[in-house]
Design a protein. Sequence first.
Length: 330
Amino acid sequence: MPRAFITGITGQDGQHLASFLHSKGYDVYGMVKGQSNPHVGAVLEEMPFIEMVPGDLADLPSLVAALNMAQPDEVYNLGAISFVALSFNQAELTANITGLGVLRMLEAIRMVGGSQNNPIRFYQASSSEMFGKVRETPQNEQTPFHPRSPYGCAKVFGHDIVVNYRESYDLFACSGILFNHEGPRRGIEFVTRKVTNAVARIKLGLQHELVLGNLDSKRDWGYAGDYVRAMWLMLQQDVPEDYVIATGETHSIEELVERSFGEVGIDDWRQYVRQDPKFFRPAEVDLLIGDSSKARERLGWMPEIDFPTLISMMVAHDLQVEAAKAGIEL
């Protein structure tokens, strides 16, 4: 059975990827930092097939030990300080984990190696936030980077060091430049889930207001379950390359809000929404939309869940969760 090692295993993508790889017959190993990660229990309850391994992206020896323990065929580096707004307040930590963590993992892979006939294959989770103040629309693999946050800057370093190690050491290392991808497993701090959860709570009478920042920002939103398929496909190719993964459609945050309220039958959504300057970023990314032609042609990848279906799925999930917590029958 092939073996996969996933950092960021308790996050949205880590959970989706673990489930997908398990269905493909993989032994799945997930890296967790320390002994008190509050999400580990819930993840293992849903996916008991995952074997958790201790490790820390800030500590190279722990990564070497983790790889020696798991002996993986494939490594998926999804671990990061991934909340863009937080990166402005914790810029150094973001650079250390999101940026230098990639370098440490590549070094660990170079040291552990795998067998000569079956070297470890490496996937890096790059981000559309690297494009930032975009130079062209839509963005593809050749579009120059102009990040607008410490998170974006750290991701650019991670992306570039993957290219460097691929070219310097002939590692099978590639990056997926994934545009925004969401779903019911998304953290509550991210704007999509913040919106769908608030809408559910407002519908149930548990909350009376949704406070947001910029409603005009536009993003290319897809479903996380679709995007982890692309990660796996990249590591099944004969040659390692980088790919943009996106839907090719863009939607504003205002459209996200309007559609989410519409899912619960609320048309006059503006009475529930307030903008607060504290939620505006110091440097905003106004528009992101990806051109995934290369992935569609070479990987045969296509998104299956469209934007309306994604929002409907998320609102329905949050209605169920919030109603259960409050003891409300739907």
